[in-house]
Ligand binder design. Structure first.
Ligand code: SF4
Length: 364
């Protein structure tokens, strides 16, 4: 049965949204709220799958990448964070340039994308990061260096007493190609005040990404969902990101991140269900009509849920990763890394065609 020609969406009170999706028309804030309120996640998923298929067919992208977390020492102390340590606290670490290179050398395959993020350390100056980037860029000149969230960029600028634009310019000169999307959490000030009052504000986060785009850098976006935020605050987050993309056109991929509760100081009453995760991924696809890719981040979702997400609007399966600390400290039960053949088998296993990409989403 063709759902789109039946009265299925009329019965869900989604006929007008179906018509907009079919006509490739932008959905409104109110449409986003209604999609979240729809009691049938499969209906929302079918709409998102329609859009994802129109954009990418049955392709599901993956990348041979390597994550490196250079420190877990951080001055921000976000209440949800399971990863952060105070300086001098047991379990805290800082990698040297040689440590970073050794981790990359030990990866089973030379990475096409290097993802480097960490906490906001109180004493690591910009020279440390320039040194690491230069060394990695020299060793892997063809890899895309996707490093440092907007929150870290704001922190470096604060430590050095220079502008974020100068930080971005210097890091780009050292080899930076792209910013990851972390630190966005939920843009609503009321939520940030409770979750992460010390880190960059939503306006700062968005401004840094738009500055990066102006300098020719690509970036990703994220949303951490399933904690204290309302549905309206999720939609507001997505609409603000969409508006940012309308202004500066540099977001390549969006990553919906479910909140994982383990080791977090943030207690919540109603943890996410698997279907809520999938519905949220679907709404992200539907609202973010100007961001090309939606990631099923298997590290946080788990590999089986990430497979399901490829049928709920996502088109990217991230990559080999090799080692990951942030999600695993929060209770992610996925493995540390996947091989190329495991990624391809998982993608084929849910009826999609695996396509290897580089960090900028060029097919390789
Ligand atoms: S979420 Fe990031 S900025 Fe916040 S405490 Fe953890 S490492 Fe620091």
């Amino acid at each position: 049965m063709n759902l789109f020609k039946s009265d299925y969406f009329d019965n869900m009170d989604l006929a007008d949204i179906r018509d907009k999706v079919e006509a490739n028309e932008r959905l409104s804030f109110e449409d986003g709220v209604r999609l979240f309120q729809c009691p049938e996640p499969l209906a929302v998923g079918a709409l998102a799958h329609r859009m994802r298929t129109r954009m990418h067919g049955d392709k599901a992208f993956y990348v041979v990448n390597r994550h490196v977390n250079y420190t877990n020492v951080c001055v921000n102390g976000c209440v949800f964070c399971a990863y952060q340590r105070e300086e001098g606290q047991s379990g805290g670490f800082v990698l040297t340039r040689e440590d970073v290179l050794a981790k990359l050398e030990a990866a089973p395959l030379p990475p096409r994308e290097v993802h480097i993020v960490g906490g906001c350390h109180p004493r690591l100056g910009l020279a440390y990061f320039e040194d690491i980037l230069s060394a990695v860029h020299e060793r892997y000149p063809d890899a895309v260096l996707k490093c440092f969230t907007a929150v870290e960029i704001a922190h470096f600028a604060h430590l050095e007493n220079i502008s974020t634009r100068e930080v971005l310019t210097r890091l780009k000169s050292a080899g930076l190609g792209m910013l990851p999307g972390g630190g966005a959490e939920i843009f609503a000030p009321k939520v940030r005040e409770q979750l992460c009052p010390r880190k960059a504000t939503a306006d700062e986060w968005l401004a840094i990404h738009e500055q990066a785009h102006g300098l020719g850098l690509k970036t990703n976006g994220t949303m951490l969902f399933g904690h204290i935020e309302t549905i309206e605050e999720r939609v507001d987050h997505l609409v603000r990101l969409r508006e940012s993309q309308d202004r500066s056109h540099g977001y390549t991929c969006f990553i919906p991140l479910p909140f994982l509760t383990e080791n977090s100081r943030l207690a919540i009453d109603n943890p996410l269900t698997g279907l809520e995760e999938l519905k949220t991924i679907a709404v992200c696809r539907l609202l973010l009509d100007n961001i090309p890719h939606i990631k099923a981040y298997w590290v946080m979702l788990g590999v089986k849920q990430a497979q399901a997400a490829l049928k709920f609007g996502a088109d990217d399966f991230d990559g080999t990763v090799v080692e990951e600390k942030i999600g695993h400290e929060a209770g992610a039960d996925s493995q540390q890394g996947l091989s190329r053949s495991e990624l391809e088998d998982m993608i084929r296993g849910c009826g999609c065609t695996p396509v290897e990409r580089d960090g900028f989403f060029n097919e390789v």
